[in-house]
Design a binder for this molecule. Structure first.
Ligand SMILES: Cc1cc2nc3c(=O)[nH]c(=O)nc-3n(C[C@H](O)[C@H](O)[C@H](O)COP(=O)(O)OP(=O)(O)OC[C@H]3O[C@@H](n4cnc5c(N)ncnc54)[C@H](O)[C@@H]3O)c2cc1C
Length: 305
């Protein structure tokens, strides 16, 4: 049945919403106790987003706290063809969360642990309910930041599901460019990991990219989202430059950086009359974030290097 929504609610025929089977309700209640609720105001909150569409509450909300719990909910619902809607923080603007056919909402906000931060390989592993501000607060002391900023303090799971972009996207990319791998629960309740942390990640189907932007339809996104972190522009540090000959006619300036990845974003501009010595001395005095150099070739200096 097709349904057309406008800003005042639905205009097309109202889809039939089947009552939740007693067996499903009782088994979810038994497992989740007070974390399963059909309280009207809680349901309304979870059927409301930042779009102009009228709210459409789900029939129940479950507050999940682990991968196994999400898998259990999805399996229970799949067996009875009950719609499942994951919920991050409800900041989406396109009506994603509206339960037009009823169903059960899985609130992911309690899965909000930052599992691991690895500054040396520019990655972090987080649970789906972690918000981007929370991640950046934890990252700040490392000198890195998570770049995708859609304006709202959205959850990482929601940002993956909506392939979020934002003000930093021109320079750093969207969620598509910043997620290395995902752990997901598929529509039948199976838990899969789409890839490991290597940059070269898919020798077959690129499942990570399939799930990014799936808008909550294919999967529930779980712990182990692994995201790329970028050097924080305000973080300053010195580096240790050195110069060594590359060949008879050309020279390279080699600069070590305190942390892997900073050099990725670095490049040095040099004027035509600068030689290797001058470039290295100048670069050595600069804070790392202003350096833009991985390799320099130019005339041999007069210092005998
Ligand atoms: C002021 C404002 C400005 C914005 N600007 C931009 C912008 O410039 N660019 C841009 O791209 N977006 C923008 N957005 C939208 C933003 O990308 C989304 O609000 C955000 O990504 C959704 O995250 P959330 O945690 O609120 O997800 P929710 O709103 O809770 O959910 C959004 C969708 O993701 C699904 N979902 C949530 N969590 C999971 C999960 N763990 N697993 C599977 N599916 C899940 C939901 O089912 C739903 O379909 C803006 C939003 C606001 C309010």
């Amino acid at each position: 049945m097709s349904t057309v929504l406008n800003t005042t609610g639905q205009t097309g025929p109202t889809p039939t919403i089947r009552p939740l089977p007693d067996s499903v309700v009782s088994s979810l209640k038994a497992v989740f106790n007070s974390r399963f609720t059909s309280n009207a105001s809680v349901c309304l909150l979870h059927g409301t987003d930042e779009s102009a569409y009228a709210p459409r509450p789900p029939q129940a909300v479950v507050f999940a706290e682990s991968t196994d719990e999400v898998s259990f909910i999805v399996r229970s619902c799949a067996a009875h063809r009950i719609p499942v809607i994951p919920f991050g923080v409800g900041s989406s603007v396109e009506g994603h969360l509206l339960a037009i056919k009823g169903g059960i909402c899985i609130d992911m906000s309690r899965m909000n642990a930052i599992v691991d931060i690895r500054p040396d390989d520019l990655t972090a592993t987080v649970q789906a309910g972690v918000t981007r501000e929370q991640l950046n607060e934890d990252l700040v002391h490392t000198g890195f930041f998570f770049s995708v900023d859609p304006g709202a303090n959205a959850s990482i799971g929601g940002m993956v599901a909506t392939a979020a972009s934002g003000t930093n996207t021109v320079r750093y990319g969207t969620m598509r460019d910043n997620v290395l791998s995902l752990t997901v629960v598929t529509a039948d309740g199976e838990v899969i990991r789409t890839a490991r942390r290597a940059r070269k990640s898919s020798a077959g189907y690129c499942l990570t990219q399939l799930f990014i932007g799936s808008e909550g339809t294919l999967t529930a996104i779980l712990p182990s989202n692994i995201n790329r972190a970028h050097p924080l522009a305000s973080k300053r540090s010195s580096c240790k430059p050195a110069v060594r000959p590359r060949s008879f006619k050309s020279w390279s300036a080699v600069i070590s950086f305190p942390r892997m990845g900073w050099q990725v974003d670095c490049r040095v501009k040099h004027s035509a009359n600068e030689d290797a010595d001058m470039v290295v001395q100048r670069v050595g005095r600069l804070p790392v974030w202003t350096q833009h150099m991985t390799r320099w070739r130019g005339p041999r200096s007069g210092s005998g290097l």
